[in-house]
Design a protein. Structure first.
Length: 256
């Protein structure tokens, strides 16, 4: 009998009473404190979602614009974002952004100058994020996933400007939820043909031939450089369908 087998057999003969933690057991006390903290954490999440839903209930229809916090005013994408946001705002769409600097600031700035609300879904981060001053409605989130849920729930379209990991996260989550039928389909518009060319080539020439996506998944997004095309694509998409989710689509949102 080797030492491991002997150890296992010895464990089997421990009296049952010794297996159950006593109330004064330090480990049990630690577990109780942890469970209490997790309960409060869950309540905070619920409160965050309820508060955000109430504030966002009156800004429909809305379009979410994503992009890098690191692209400042000297970037051509900043001015392009500002133009797109202004056009969307004047066309009757509230503009949702992450509320921070860079492309997010450009989105809020353009929307603020337009006819519809400029909305910032801000997040507490150890770096980069700081609320910009171009928001009619400002909401602060502690948790990424509640913030992302609010974007998905309240946006009638995603406009995705050049950005890094955070931007890609929002892009691929939306396409995953649409692809799997967890949310209704809505326009996903990539802006910046040169910037997105490498990613699109990889999706088309690597993912598709490998069989890990379907050919129809290539239709989940479009790419353009023209601000007016962004607006036109939205009106084209919703020309024969309601921009407001129907009962079935509302039910889908409840399964996120």
């Amino acid at each position: 009998m080797d030492s491991l087998e002997k150890f296992i057999l010895e464990q089997k003969v421990i009296p049952q009473a010794m297996k159950i933690p006593k109330r004064e057991d330090p480990e049990l006390k630690h577990q109780s404190l942890t469970a209490a903290r997790e309960s409060w954490w869950m309540f905070n999440i619920i409160a965050e979602m309820v508060s955000a839903s109430e504030k966002l209930g009156n800004v429909s229809p809305a379009v979410a614009i994503f992009g890098s916090a690191r692209l400042k005013e000297d970037s051509p994408y900043y001015a392009l974002t500002e133009t797109i946001a202004r056009k969307l705002s004047d066309a009757g769409f509230s503009v949702l952004s992450g509320g921070g600097p860079g492309i997010m600031e450009a989105a809020n700035k353009g929307a603020l100058a337009g006819k519809s609300p400029s909305v910032g879904l801000n997040i507490v981060l150890p770096f980069e994020q700081g609320g910009n001053g171009y928001q009619d409605v400002s909401i602060l989130f502690q948790h990424f996933f509640t913030r992302k849920t609010m974007f998905v729930k309240h946006a009638a379209a995603y406009v995705v400007m050049p950005g890094g990991f955070g931007t890609l996260d929002e892009l691929f989550e939306a396409m995953t939820l649409i692809q799997t039928g967890k949310i209704r389909r809505f326009p996903v518009i990539l802006v910046g043909t040169t910037f997105w060319a490498g990613l699109i080539d990889w999706i088309k020439n690597t993912l598709l031939p490998a069989g890990v996506i379907s050919a129809k998944d290539m239709d989940l997004f479009v790419v353009t450089d023209d601000p007016q095309v962004v607006v036109d694509k939205l009106f084209e998409y919703y020309a024969n369908r309601s921009i407001t989710p129907n009962a079935h689509e509302r039910a889908l949102e409840m399964t996120l």
